[in-house]
Design a protein around this ligand. Sequence first.
Ligand code: SAM
Length: 303
Amino acid sequence: NIQQSEGDLLPRYVRVNTLKTTVEDAIDYFKRDGFSYLGKAYRLDDLKLKGKSFVADLHLPDVLVFSAKTDFHDHYLYKAGHIILQDKASCLPAYLLNPSAGSVVLDACAAPGNKTSHLAAIMKNKGRLFAFDLDAKRLATMSTLLLRAGVTCQQLANQDFLKVDPDGSQYKDVEYILLDPSCSGSGMVCLRDEESSLQKDSGRLKALAAFQLHCLNHALRFPRLQRLVYSTCSIHTEENEQVVAACLQQNRSFRLVPGLQQWPERGLPPFTQCLRASATKTLTHGFFVALLERHTAETLKEQ
Ligand code: SAM
């Protein structure tokens, strides 16, 4: 099957969990474990590795890259929570949101929590990290994952994000929101093995897009919100650029800001401030990320 083999060819990405170790120590550990370190990658082609060689990623400072099919599920560093097995594209949202240590952050659709643990690492476990998910089972998995990753600043709730009151007193200082809602999953290369999942089910896409826009509009109601990242693992414009376009039309006090200028694949015009990811152009699963910020008096004048 063609799509299956496309997934097998993607590099293996490892995010170093800086709550438990440093990138330098993780590199040293892998070297002692028989892997050969080729230094920092400078071009995308440097990520096409063979055998037991590895590099530091060219875009994301906490990401190490190994050859396709390298399996770390039994590795000490994974079991000890020092590394997180996460596709590079899914490391973009927390990296772009970049909440400061000590801030109040909300992860709206959080389970199983890889992005939550990434946010906690960026916050250095300082501040407060509210994380919601509707699915109790996924939330239970998430608790285990966060424990292993050494996350301590979280407050988990098995709750519908759409029912969280933005004016609740506990949320009055929320400045950052990560919104990674349910989507079609059409970007996940390994899930694309069935012909049917590649064909667009327009009814389902419409319902998903309506849900995603509803979540986005709800998130923008938090009174002190400054910065929000919206992401999906979908390749369909209906769930990506079109959701962002509708949201911006309905929320004039927020604007799109360009994220990671060196990233090679951008949102479909005119939404080139957004990032897209794909197996062919970024050697990752298919992904979409938009970064929104509240207008300031300055940026409103520039409009
Ligand atoms: N951000 C997660 C991560 O990086 O591990 C993945 C999130 S997944 C794409 C979407 C999640 O949204 C699912 O776990 C689903 O249960 C949850 N969800 C769906 N509707 C929701 C709602 N109304 N409120 C909160 N969570 C919801």
